[in-house]
Write a protein that binds this ligand. Structure first.
Ligand code: PRP
Length: 211
């Protein structure tokens, strides 16, 4: 098991883009892009094993050491605060975390602000810094509905193209932080598989320079 570098990829387009970078960096495993229903793919010659996992679970695999390396959005890292090393900004999956509200919204600071979000910790931290009292309404998706139907005053959510906000009559009030995909590593895997991790990092840097 030890001779393999275990990499957790987020299922979907971001994971496919990241895999493309990894294979260019010297860790190919062609079956990754054609896995059928298989979730674990390996290439013995290249010494690499890939897992396709739910994007929000990548950091858990890496923190627990089930994967040595993972690809994780800055949004998830800020929300989950996993005990992992953040090694590199992969420069893909760029978007932002933002506060949004219906057009014409003004904040009445005499009232507690109701905030709907999938990112409760991000929202808490953001408003704690601003010294604003809030009531978090944790939702698991389709957060944009909340201010429209009066469940919340604002949302804290990911904005990529802005289309979802626009089509639901919402607009960005403030950006909380920019987001991109990060390469993360398990803390002991980073030590014990240092040679492979170093090879991956060098390969990724060279691939980026060749672009
Ligand atoms: C994300 C996010 C926004 C949307 C933003 O949702 O929560 O709803 O994408 O993208 P846009 O700015 O390009 O329109 P996702 O597709 O992950 O679904 P969910 O949060 O509703 O589950």
């Amino acid at each position: 098991m030890n001779e393999f570098l275990n990499i957790a990829l987020p299922k979907g387009r971001l994971g496919e883009k990241a895999y493309d970078m990894f294979q260019k960096a010297g860790f190919p495993c062609p079956e990754v892009l054609n896995p059928g229903r298989r979730l674990i793919l390996e290439n013995t010659d290249a010494g690499v094993r890939y897992f396709w996992v739910k994007p929000s679970d990548v950091a858990i695999y890496v923190e627990r050491g089930a994967a040595d390396i993972g690809v994780c959005g800055k949004d998830t890292l800020e929300e989950q605060a996993p005990d992992v090393y953040e090694l590199m900004d992969l420069g893909i999956g760029r978007c932002r975390m933002a506060v949004a509200a219906p057009g014409g919204f003004t904040d009445d600071r005499s009232r507690t602000l109701r905030v709907a979000t999938k990112f409760s910790n991000v929202a808490e931290n953001h408003y704690r810094k601003a010294g604003r009292d809030i009531d978090i309404i944790h939702l698991n998706g389709s957060v944009e509905i909340a201010p429209i139907i009066g469940l919340a005053d604002v949302i804290v959510d990911i904005v990529e193209t802005g289309t979802t906000l626009r089509e639901n009559g919402l607009e960005v009030i403030e950006t909380v932080f920019p987001i991109s995909a990060r390469l993360i590593a398990n803390k002991s895997g980073y030590k014990f598989k240092h040679e492979a991790v170093r090879k991956l990092l060098d390969g990724l840097r060279n691939a980026a320079e060749d672009k």
